[in-house]
Write a protein that binds this ligand. Structure first.
Ligand code: NAP
Length: 291
């Protein structure tokens, strides 16, 4: 029998979304730079995600840059009523593919305009302020000017809801004093557990937590424990990594990234693998000790 924790939806900006969504970053070319090698394949992955019940897609105009949003528009526009597209601002790409901070209020405004144009929208559902920090981990420092710039765009009707990415608990609390924050997207997975305290606080508050790199990112998680637990129940290791996240907290929404139809289908089945207490304990230990 399926576990209700695994099959439920969770509200994202007040809209119930399936807990397994889709992260579109992997659709751009190598290094998230330039066009995909298989454009038709990328379009097919997006359409299949929707067909499989995805109603939460994560993207940004700095993926490609522009490419990922243009693919989403080509594949899915006009968008289904139930689809929540979450994008982010705060970075730009150099000519060599480097990731550059773009956190001046003017750059935030231009980032929103770029997302609107390339997604073909008049208003963005949710915009995450992507703080630079230490690239994949947050660093303390005020984010007030950036949140205020997004709040101004919200007042102008260009942004419906505001989220944060790569932030600390202190920055989350600072931002909440300026605007309502509907989600936080930080790095978190079976082996990267530095964000446990912030996740617990968002669970308490009933705010969505959306881990980026849920499978480990560019180098997917490798763990003998994960492989053993998966083999015991007849699942794939990446399905168990996602099932563990679904069972970690009810407010976790998944956005696994893939350019592969086969992997997409596997990931969409993650909710079908409820984990026993014993398996959860074994998996929990991975994050506390070397895998
Ligand atoms: N806010 C931020 O700073 C930030 C940073 C990074 C990412 N993100 C968002 O988070 C999303 C998820 O992160 P991510 O895509 O970088 O990393 P991820 O979901 O942790 O892992 C993606 C990697 O796992 C592989 N993969 C996916 N499903 C698999 C499966 N079933 N079996 C084996 N391998 C599998 C993918 O390769 P294949 O393509 O071959 O399947 C890809 O190499 C992104 O798409 C993006 O939207 C946000």
């Amino acid at each position: 029998m399926s576990n209700p924790t695994l099959t439920s939806t969770f509200p994202l900006a007040g809209r119930p979304v399936s807990r397994v969504g889709y992260g579109a970053m992997q659709l751009a070319g190598p290094g998230v730079f330039g066009p995909p090698q298989d454009r038709a394949g990328a379009i097919a992955v997006l359409r299949e995600a929707m067909a499989l019940g995805v109603n939460h897609i994560d993207t940004s105009d700095f993926y490609g840059p522009h490419i990922t949003n243009q693919l989403i528009r080509e594949a899915l526009h006009p968008y289904a009523e139930e689809l929540v597209i979450v994008t982010k601002v705060g970075a730009l790409r150099g000519a060599d593919g480097s990731w550059l901070a773009a956190l001046e209020p003017d750059q935030i405004r231009r980032g929103v305009e770029d997302n609107l144009r390339n997604l073909g929208l008049e208003a963005l559902d949710i915009v995450n302020l992507r703080n630079m920090g230490q690239i994949h981990a947050p660093a303390e420092g005020s984010i007030a000017p950036q949140v205020e710039a997004l709040a101004e765009l919200q007042r102008r009707g260009l942004v419906r809801h505001i989220g944060l990415s790569n932030v600390t608990l202190t920055q989350f609390n600072q931002a909440r004093g300026i605007a309502e924050i509907v989600c936080v997207q930080n790095q978190y997975n079976l082996v990267q557990r530095e964000d446990d305290a912030l996740l617990d606080e968002l669970t308490r508050l009933g705010i969505a937590y959306v881990p980026f790199f849920p499978l480990g990112g560019f180098t997917p998680i490798q763990s003998s424990v994960l492989a053993r637990v998966a083999a015991c129940i007849g699942a794939k290791p990446m399905q168990v990594a996602l099932a563990w996240l679904l069972q970690r907290a009810p407010n976790i929404l998944l956005i696994p990234g893939t350019a592969s139809l086969a992997h997409l289908r596997e990931n969409m089945q993650a909710a079908q693998w409820p984990l026993t207490d014993e398996a959860l304990a074994e998996l929990d230990a991975i994050g506390r000790h070397p895998a």
